[in-house]
Each structure stands twice: as structure tokens, then as C-alpha cells.
Design a protein around this ligand. Structure first.
Ligand SMILES: [Zn+2]
Length: 346
């Protein structure tokens, strides 16, 4: 941000031509043909250059006999900034759930005028800004795996849809109490060679808790820091045989393999939605979000898919970008592409 004294008339004129908001408050544009002065970003029709003189502020322009433009209210720049900052503070404090009327009232502007002021400063309406904030909150809640599931809904999302209510408990997913890093839980594990590379499989007595590629004990330890890690085991070996088969033929029905998931309620909803996508088909992130009753939550859904510990059996590989291609995958796009190919995609 430069000072008026450092600005050439040329720079100022270019800022006016661009209606550059960044220069609001740094100078005003005096227009002698109309007798008014404007902020640089004024949306009114541009004046003719020869009628224009620039002033440091409204006082100086008034000293030259000009009066403030009623449209852009050049003397309100500071007040507008304060109003927008105060509104942003209120929106954050109320987690994105505060009405335009309430915001306007706080600032002393009419709702319509405040909406314009806010949009001019941030590029979005207060409603869009609030929603973006809620989505960011949701994403933050999701990246911190141990946050309480309901944080997602506290962040402003709707309650889960009937889709989830109907599916709950029907998909062989259980969850151990992972809240203490897995303390008191035994995790049996092994790494086996497969045509997709080294595959790490781990399970508790409730079911498979991890299936990943090109990982070993260190990565497993990072996922379940306080669990007791046990190599192999009789019951585990039986399960392992089924899993190796499932990975060879990911299109086969794997629903009989029990899963022990570790995630927030929202993440579990996302994973159950994944298990509803038939082999041989794919969905976009937006479509998966729609399955959960909120088509706009595609970013939150993408994060939840990324937090999935159980590849293949919870088929996050069946979600691909709407724009085409296989998209990202925790274990590399080659493995994702190969899984899709084995299921008959492309
Ligand atoms: Zn104006």
C-alpha cells in the first residue's frame, strides 16, 4: 500500500480505470465537471481524464469546492472497513450462522447497503462467506481425526440424511474405542506381497482396521500409537486369506469381511456411502456428498475419504474427479487405476 504522496497521477488514474478497491482510502478522485469526488473504485461511469484531479482525502477535495459522491460514499471507507471487520468477527464467533439483518444492525447500515459494502471488501456476500467458513470448519474438524464427530455438524452442516439412518449398522462396520490411541487393544498385523505391491493388513478382534500399500510397522504404529501390535495369529491368518482374495478380485462381494473403523461419525458416514458404490462403477466427490444429503460437501467428503484406513474394502478408489482421470490416491494413482481396471472400469 503506497501513500498518496508516492502516487503519480498516472498510477492514480490507472487505479480508477481498474476500479481498484485496494486504493480506496488512499486518495479520492475529484471530478470538476460534476462537482463531486469519488473513491477510486466508484462503480459510476468513468469521468473524462481532463476533468479529474486527485486529492489525498475528502477534506482536501471539499477544500476545492467538491462534494462527496452519494453512490460510493468516499468518506465512509474507514467506517466500511470497520463494519466489514466487525461482521467477519461476528460470523466467525457464531460459526457462520448469523443473518444479514443481524450483521447490518451491528454495523448501523441497512441490510442491502451492508451487503454491497461486504461484497466490495471480500468479493462475496455475507451468506457465501459464512458458508465458506462453515466448510473450512468442517474440513478442519475432519483433518483432526480425534475431534468429536459432531463437530462437523456444529460447523453448520445439516443433520445426516435418511440414507444414513437406513444404512447404519447394516454394513459390517464397527468401531473400537480408538480415543486413547488404541490403548488396551490388540492389533494383529502382517505384510504380504501382492501384484499391487507390499500390502499391510491389520485387524482387531472386531475386524480389519487397516489395509494399505507399501507401508510397514512404523506407519501402523503411527495410525494406532498405543495399541499392542502382534505379528500374525491364527484367526488373523484366516482373515488374511480372504483379504488377499478380495484384493485380487475387488469386484467380488466383500461385505462378509468385518471392519473395525477408526473415524468420526461423519467420516464413517462417508465410508458407508463408499461401500454403496457398486464395483465397476465410480462416483464423483459431489455425487458421494449427495448420497449423504449434502451435495455441497464434496471437499469434506474428499478429506474423509483420504482418512480411510482400509483401502479396497472401503472402496475410496471408486470416487474420481468429475473432470475426468482417476484423481489422487493415498498409495499412488497407479494402484487406484489398477483397482478400477480389475473392477471393469476402462
Ligand atoms: Zn462515486
Amino acid at each position: 500500500m503506497s501513500d498518496f504522496a508516492d502516487l503519480t497521477d498516472e498510477d492514480a488514474w490507472e487505479a480508477v480505470m481498474r476500479r481498484d478497491r485496494a486504493f480506496d482510502g488512499q486518495f479520492v478522485t475529484g471530478v470538476f465537471s460534476t462537482g463531486i469526488y469519488c473513491r477510486p473504485s466508484c462503480a459510476a461511469r468513468h469521468p473524462v481524464r481532463k476533468n479529474v484531479r486527485f486529492f489525498a482525502d475528502g477534506d482536501a477535495a471539499q477544500g476545492a469546492g467538491l462534494r462527496a459522491c452519494k453512490r460510493c460514499k468516499p468518506d465512509d471507507v474507514a467506517r466500511d472497513e470497520a463494519a466489514v471487520l466487525s461482521a467477519i468477527h461476528a460470523i466467525k464467533q457464531h460459526e457462520g450462522r448469523v443473518t444479514l439483518d443481524h450483521l447490518a444492525q451491528r454495523t448501523g447500515y441497512s441490510p442491502a447497503h451492508f451487503q454491497r459494502v461486504f461484497k466490495r471488501a471480500t468479493g462475496m456476500s455475507p451468506a457465501i462467506y459464512s458458508r465458506a467458513l462453515r466448510e473450512d470448519r468442517a474440513r478442519d474438524a475432519l483433518t483432526h481425526a480425534n475431534t468429536v464427530s459432531d463437530a462437523v455438524y456444529d460447523a453448520g452442516f445439516e443433520a445426516p440424511s435418511r440414507f444414513y439412518d437406513a444404512m447404519e449398522g447394516k454394513l459390517g462396520m464397527q468401531a473400537s474405542d480408538w480415543s486413547k490411541g488404541g490403548a488396551g487393544i490388540s492389533v494383529h498385523w502382517s505384510v504380504v506381497d501382492t501384484s499391487l505391491g507390499a500390502m499391510l493388513v491389520a485387524a482387531t478382534d472386531k475386524g480389519v482396521c487397516c489395509l494399505s500399500f507399501n507401508e510397514g510397522e512404523n506407519e501402523l504404529r503411527a495410525r494406532f500409537p498405543k495399541a499392542e501390535l502382534v505379528v500374525g495369529g491364527d484367526a488373523f491368518e484366516k482373515l488374511l486369506t480372504q483379504i488377499v482374495q478380495a484384493v485380487k478380485q475387488p469386484a467380488s462381494n466383500n461385505e462378509h469381511i468385518p471392519l473395525d473403523v477408526k473415524g468420526t461419525a461423519f467420516q464413517q458416514r462417508c465410508w458407508q456411502a463408499l461401500r454403496q458404490i457398486p464395483a465397476g462403477e465410480t462416483r464423483s466427490y459431489g455425487e458421494q456428498a449427495a448420497m449423504l444429503g449434502n451435495p455441497k460437501a464434496s471437499r469434506a467428503v474428499g478429506s474423509a475419504n483420504g482418512a480411510n484406513n482400509i483401502a479396497v474394502l472401503i472402496p475410496c478408489h471408486r470416487v474420481v474427479p468429475a473432470s475426468g482421470g482417476v484423481g489422487g490416491y493415498a498409495y499412488g494413482p497407479e494402484i487406484k487405476a489398477e483397482l478400477l481396471k480389475r473392477e471393469g472400469n476402462r
